[in-house]
Design a protein around this ligand. Structure first.
Ligand code: UD2
Ligand code: MN
Length: 356
């Protein structure tokens, strides 16, 4: 009698459990549930996952476990492949993020936006050059993602924001020339990354180090459907050693307004006798923060005419002719800000000249 009653009880309990499991499974597809379950086991603290099935990591995951800071003399070289690299990164743009929060999350970054790994001797020294005006909102997100991204790669790095003073037409490429000279003045960087402020890297295997040839890193952007728009494309994010940069006489100074300068730079690479190196499509992925056309960066109508002449002009316009005036240099906690007067087509002080 007793054993029969308990048998019934077990049977009813079993049925109940089965009903609950079926209810859960029928809410979403079985497969999704199971893969979610396994993902939890693979990456306990960092897995988020997304619609296309890529396993995404929080860019700050594991960074607090860097270990003790070592004495400079006891430091081994950092390994060739950083153990902190995790692959795809989860990128969102939370509206409440503040610069103070970014500072709080990056305690090892020092004045001027500099960092070196605390427990190994870095193999690479990389400077990031960001041309900028009136995009503080984008800059905040870029800093939020870029600092931990570079720390995951165990680099010695510095971030420079090159801010164009005044309201005259924007000139992205000339700001890069300023960035090159001003960054090299401070340190013997072995690689410089020229980085749009609105592009967020989505995979930390896209290492911010230079190759044997100038590197175009932003090969797969969401805005182009994660494909290269055309073969010679060199926009967004690129990386050159100082030698490579000087071999092509840097970037052009005379592209005012939007467009053309990236193609000019691409042409210079080949005129300088070099090839374009690229990461794989899987790794060179970026999200561009959506934006409208900026005031003061109108489309440059001369760009096609100029591009047709690059092969005749590149030696006489570039790093060897760049003229500018530094207005200020501030060492912020998360970056070095260099505000610069780059003048206009008519030169550095066009007003003074005309009023004489
Ligand atoms: C594309 C290229 C970019 C460049 C540009 C043409 C991509 C992802 N990027 O960008 O590399 O070749 O076309 O010039 O395709 N900026 C400011 N303030 C301004 C204007 C520009 O800070 O008022 C900076 C900022 O870093 C920005 C960059 O210049 O990311 C490029 O300008 P854009 O974002 O307006 O141009 P976009 O997205 O068409
Ligand atoms: Mn943009």
């Amino acid at each position: 009698m007793f054993s029969l009653q308990s048998k019934w009880r077990y049977l009813i309990m079993l049925l109940g459990v089965q009903l609950v499991v079926m209810a859960i499974l029928s809410r979403e597809s079985y497969q999704k549930r199971v893969s979610y379950f396994f993902r939890i086991f693979r990456k306990p603290d960092s897995a988020t996952g997304n619609a296309d099935g890529r396993n995404q990591t929080d860019v700050y995951a594991n960074l607090s476990f860097l270990g003790p800071t070592l004495n400079k003399d006891d430091m081994p070289y950092c390994p060739k492949n950083s153990p902190l690299i995790g692959g795809p990164i989860h990128v969102t743009f939370p509206s409440k993020l503040t610069l103070a929060e970014v500072e709080r999350k990056n305690p090892l970054v020092i004045r001027g936006g500099r960092y070196r790994p605390p427990n190994c001797d870095p193999r690479h020294r990389t400077a990031i050059i960001i041309p900028h005006r009136n995009r503080e909102h984008h800059l905040k997100f870029l800093l939020y993602y870029l600092h931990p991204f570079l720390q995951r790669q165990q680099l010695n790095y510095g971030i420079y924001v090159i801010h164009q003073a005044g309201n005259y037409t924007f000139n992205r490429a000339k700001l890069m020339n300023v960035g090159f000279r001003e960054a090299m003045r401070e340190e013997d960087w072995d690689c410089l990354f020229y980085h749009d402020v609105d592009l967020i890297p989505e995979d930390d295997r896209n290492t911010y180090v230079c190759d044997n040839h100038p590197k175009h890193a932003a090969i797969a952007m969401d805005k182009f459907g994660y494909k290269l728009p055309y073969k010679m494309y060199f926009g967004g994010v690129s990386a050159l050693t100082p030698n490579q940069y000087l071999k092509m006489n840097g970037f052009p100074n005379n592209y005012w307004g939007w467009g053309g300068e990236d193609d000019d730079i691409g042409i210079r690479v080949s005129l300088g006798g070099m090839l374009i190196s690229r990461p794989s499509l899987k790794v060179g992925r970026y999200k561009m923060i959506k934006h409208k056309h900026d005031k003061g960066n109108e489309v440059n109508p001369k760009r096609f005419n100029m591009l047709a002449k690059t092969r005749h002009t590149w030696r006489d316009d570039g790093m060897n002719t760049v003229e500018y005036e530094i207005m200020s240099r501030d060492y912020q906690l998360l970056y070095t800000n260099i505000t610069v007067n780059i003048g206009t087509e008519a030169g550095l002080h066009p007003r003074k000249r005309t009023t004489i």
